[in-house]
Structures are given as C-alpha cells and as structure tokens.
Ligand binder design. Structure first.
Ligand code: ATP
Length: 293
C-alpha cells in the first residue's frame, strides 16, 4: 500500500503543480485520490484541554523486524517546549509522523490530554496540530496566497500581524510588489530561512493547539538560524511545542530535552541538567564540537 508519509515529501513536488487554494493536507490527499495507509475511523470529537501530548509506551516499525521505536515513553507538558535530540536515524522525525497519524503505532498509544488520537477523526486531529516542516512547500503564486493557504479567510490585519511575528517584514519590503509578488519556482526564489518564516507565519494563522517544528537549521547559516530560533521561541511561548532538533545548538532554551537512542528515551532534562550529568547528551555535544571544528 502507498505509504502516507511519502506523499509529504512527494507533496513538495506535487504541490508546485496545484493551485494555491488548497486549505489543508487532507484535501490534498482527496485530490490525489490516495487511500490513507492509516484507517480513519475515529469518531470521538477531540477534547483539547491544556494540550498535553503523551507518547504512551509506543512501539513502531516501518518494516517488520526493524523496530524504530520500542516502548517509548515521552510527555510534552501542556504549554511547554520539548526538544527531541539523538543521532541521525534515531527516530526523531518518526515521532512527528506518528503524531499526525501518517502511520499507525504498532503498540501503545499517543494521547492528547489523555485521549488516544486513533479515536479521533484525522481531520480533527490535524486541525489542532501545526507543523513547520524541514522543507516548506511554496506555490507558484503570490506571497499573500502562500500565506492564506493556511487560513483562506484571514483578514489583511491578521496577515500583517503574522508577518510581523514571523519577521517577514524585510522580505516583504524588498519584494517588488509587496505581498502580491509571485514566489516559488517561477517567481521570487526564497532562501531556506525565508521559507521557514513563511511556514511559521502559516502556523500562526492556523493557530493550532500543538506546534511541531521539524527544524532544518543545518542548511541555514548561523545568523539566520539564530533568527529563526528566536522567532520559534516567541511563537511557541505558552504553547505545547515539539522541536525535532537535528542540531544541538537549537535546543538549549527548550523547557525539556529528550535524548532518543535505540528507539527509547535515554535521558531527559534541561540543557544545564543534562550537561551536568555528563551522559549521552553531553557526549552528543562533544561529538558536535568535533564535527564543527
Ligand atoms: P535525522 O536526524 O537524520 O533526520 P531522525 O532521528 O529524524 O533522523 P527518522 O527520520 O525518524 O530519524 O528515521 C528513523 C529510521 O527510520 C531511519 O533508519 C530511517 O531510515 C527509517 N525510515 C524513515 N522513514 C522511513 C520510511 N518511510 N520507510 C522506511 N524506513 C524509514
């Protein structure tokens, strides 16, 4: 069967060819006429309270016999930021795919405010989740429509507000026709950092209860990376947020950091606690220092 997360990458390719009026990923899947790999038979309304997310003893494998997550336990406290770190291939992005239910957990449950997410219709679940992905997809359309994609009925005042919060003013000031400037393959080419800011602005328009940042800072220079991290910090303040961190420098300010190894969380704490412990997190820092030399 067609694996559903593949289309997320694949969407990057397909999106460019499709008009910008698409309001959400789910409609995209309808358009592509894909059969979701995960059965969408939840019928309960999602009862969002404070917004706690719990990975409750979950196990998962893409292919039988090759477990990725094993009895993993992890809680993102309501209103707090949790960053997940770990070596490449540890399964960090997989957590996000499972949270969005692009794949089904093998055992255990993911719960939002105690409610297992498989009991909830997928569109309702995904309405409450926002993601700033590693690779932001832009349409061949105006800057404004690229933002409105997240909320087609947003007012100009709302747009202006998110542009300010996502620090997109400079880009806008430089674009010849302001937010009516065309972007994407056939328009103004945006840098990795600018695309991330657009994704942040889209998320702000959507106002999800839970924010996920699959950071792509490895492709950004350190000045841009700092700017993006600052924007993420401001935007996520007071929200339940999960940062999938592919670089350690971006997690220092998170309320809590979890280190993923061999499918499990092997350490958790704040940056200073984990550094003082001189365990796996500390070792990852030493390794990064070596590779950054
Ligand atoms: P990185 O920091 O390098 O992005 P990660 O910790 O986010 O890594 P994941 O992307 O979650 O790691 O991948 C975990 C493992 O699952 C890897 O071994 C990866 O090759 C494998 N994997 C990821 N996606 C798929 C897929 N669609 N089908 C099969 N295996 C996959």
């Amino acid at each position: 069967m067609f694996q559903l997360f593949l289309p997320l990458n694949f969407l990057g390719f397909v999106y460019r060819e499709i008009k910008a009026s698409m309001a959400n990923i789910e409609r995209m899947f309808e358009l592509l006429d894909e059969t979701p790999a995960v059965a969408d038979n939840g019928t309960e309304p999602l009862r969002i309270g404070a917004g706690e997310v719990r990975f409750d003893h979950i196990s998962f494998a893409y292919h039988a016999g090759r477990p990725i997550l094993q009895q993993l336990e992890l809680t993102i406290e309501a209103g707090k930021t949790l960053a997940v770190v770990g070596s490449s291939g540890a399964g960090k992005s997989t957590l996000t795919k499972l949270l969005f239910r692009f794949y089904e957990v093998g055992s255990g449950a993911i719960r939002i405010d105690g409610q297992p997410i498989d009991q909830v219709p997928q569109d309702e679940l995904r309405r409450q989740l926002g993601i700033v992905p590693q690779d932001t997809v832009l349409f061949n359309d105006t800057l404004k429509n690229n933002l409105l994609y997240a909320k087609p009925d947003a007012s100009d005042a709302e747009l202006q507000q998110v542009i300010r919060l996502a620090h997109l003013e400079t880009l806008l000031a430089q674009a010849e026709q302001g937010w009516d400037t065309r972007v994407g393959e056939r328009g103004l080419k945006l840098s990795g950092g600018e695309k991330q800011r657009i994704a942040i602005a889209r998320m702000l328009l959507k106002k999800p209860a839970i924010m996920v940042f699959d950071e792509a800072t490895s492709s950004l220079d350190s000045h841009t990376e700092r700017g993006i991290m600052e924007a993420i910090r401001q935007v996520s303040a007071g929200h339940t947020a999960l940062i999938i961190a592919h670089r350690l420098s971006t997690v220092v300010d998170a309320d809590r950091i979890a280190v993923l190894e061999q499918g499990q969380v092997v350490e958790q704490g704040s940056h200073s606690e984990l550094m003082a412990r001189q365990g796996r997190y500390y070792q990852l820092w030493q390794m990064q220092k070596e590779t950054d030399k």
